[in-house]
Design a protein. Structure first.
Length: 195
């Protein structure tokens, strides 16, 4: 159920396919895209690693990887995933989200979150959706707070980065009882952009 395409007015979220790869590679070419990601997607070998990992995760049902496609011209502008699928706990994480800088502040991320949260809560029956980011990523943390998602704290030394340093992760969540208010907020934000 989580894997079907999601269609909005600004973006659609489509399962990763070979036809998306060249546009995604171009979207990831700016180093700013990867600043807070686990790997530098602007480097070809790491983009290829990401692509192969996304495909493997899809095939093994570990993650559900979507391509974020701009509706106005059909161009792939980024990607996002459902991760940590825990059916028994009725919980999922939204993560590995990235967009080309030209898509920042366009409503693409707002609508993608609206679509994914709607799928998780309204269709899949989740009771909890998690989000996390590098604790230093102020832009992402502000976006999570603006949903609004509840800040749950910092997991110290949560990940080991490629250079051997440690990443502290800031954790956020939205619960099913909070979803109606979050949904209304996201819809208001999208309407304000369209107006």
């Amino acid at each position: 159920m989580l894997a079907a395409s999601l269609i909005g007015s600004v973006v659609s979220l489509e399962p990763l396919a070979e036809r998306h790869v060249a546009e995604l590679r171009a979207a990831a070419s700016d180093p700013r895209v990867s600043q807070w990601l686990p790997v530098p997607l602007h480097e070809p070998r790491w983009f290829d690693w990401w692509r192969d990992d996304a495909r493997s995760a899809w095939e093994t049902r570990r993650d559900v990887t979507f391509v974020t496609v701009r509706r106005s011209d059909g161009v792939a502008i980024g990607s996002t995933r459902f991760l940590e699928l825990r059916e028994r706990d009725r919980s999922v994480e939204i993560g590995w989200t990235w967009l080309a800088p030209a898509a920042w502040q366009t409503g693409a991320n707002v609508e993608a979150k609206l679509l994914m949260l709607g799928r998780a809560f309204d269709e899949a029956g989740c009771i909890r959706v998690e989000l996390k980011t590098d604790a230093r990523n102020e832009r992402s943390r502000a976006a999570m707070a603006a949903l609004p998602a509840e800040f749950e704290g910092i997991h110290r030394q949560h990940r080991v980065l490629l250079d051997g340093s440690y990443r502290d992760s800031a954790w956020y969540s939205v619960l099913d009882r909070e979803w109606p208010d979050v949904c209304a907020n996201l819809q208001r934000r999208l309407a304000a952009r369209a107006g």
